[in-house]
Write a protein that binds this ligand. Structure first.
Ligand code: PGA
Length: 246
């Protein structure tokens, strides 16, 4: 049985005050019926580590370097994230793919580093509106997952979460219908079955793209949707916790 995961991707939003308030509100809500994770920007990860210590709420970074250490100005290594207690890293978010030219090869390299450190990789995939309208949505998602499907071993998949985020639904207020989302999630699960039935049965596939408290329950009720990756709605405790309660 896959346990639902609700993860908040704060993107490049926060201040010390805002992060403190949001983290303590999430902590105080003591959500029991699903896993909860937050992905604050790098400067607030230590604050998350301190605030969430001894709680079941997980936290992670929104990106990491493909390199191990050294002369890579501006980069943050997986080792550093592990050092401050991060359990997870978001990899290949569509904003990183489109704005920072992150390739599938980089996504694989980052994922392998995260897994080698014993952490969980939340790998994001999803098609653009053009690609969906041209009938290529499944092909694109398959391509984005292809390197992982070929390179990762069955045990490694236990440390991977996939987030399906159609680019046209991110930050637009336009959500995939539960049927559209379920269809893609079932397709992703069929790809995972190519690794093994165990991987298909146990890997969590989150939906992301304009999820809010008002539409989360319907999405999470779908057979192959195992929770959500939440952007805008993860910035206010009330909305984020409303989603967790769905
Ligand atoms: P959104 O973002 O919930 O604001 O659409 C989701 C994401 O980009 O992870």
């Amino acid at each position: 049985m896959r346990r639902l995961l609700v993860a908040g991707n704060w993107k490049m939003n926060a201040s010390t005050d805002m992060a403190k308030a949001l983290l303590s509100d999430i902590l105080a809500a003591d959500v029991q019926h699903c896993d909860v994770a937050v992905f604050p920007p790098f400067p607030y990860l230590s604050l998350a580590a301190d605030t969430l210590a001894d709680s079941a709420i997980q936290f992670g970074a929104q990106n990491c370097s493909t390199a191990e250490a050294g002369a890579y100005t501006g980069e943050v290594s997986v080792g550093m994230l592990q050092d401050i207690g991060c359990g997870m890293v978001l990899i290949g978010h569509s904003e990183r793919r489109s704005l920072f030219h992150e390739t599938d090869a980089a996504v694989l390299a980052k994922t392998e580093r995260v897994l080698a450190a014993g952490m969980t990789a939340v790998v994001c995939v999803g098609e653009t509106l053009d690609q969906r309208q041209s009938g290529y949505a499944e092909l694109i998602v398959k391509q984005q997952l292809s390197a992982l499907l070929h390179q990762l071993t069955e045990p490694q998949w236990s440390q991977v979460v996939i987030a399906y985020e159609p680019v046209w639904a991110i930050g637009t207020g336009e959500t995939a219908t539960p049927e559209q989302a379920q269809q893609m999630h079932a397709f992703i699960r069929s790809l995972l079955a190519g690794v093994s039935q165990k991987v298909a049965d146990e890997t969590r596939v989150l939906y992301g793209g304009s999820v809010k408290a008002a539409n989360a329950a319907e999405l999470f009720a779908q057979a192959d949707i195992d929770g959500g990756l939440i952007g805008g709605a993860s910035l206010t405790a009330e909305e984020f916790l409303g989603i967790c309660r769905s």
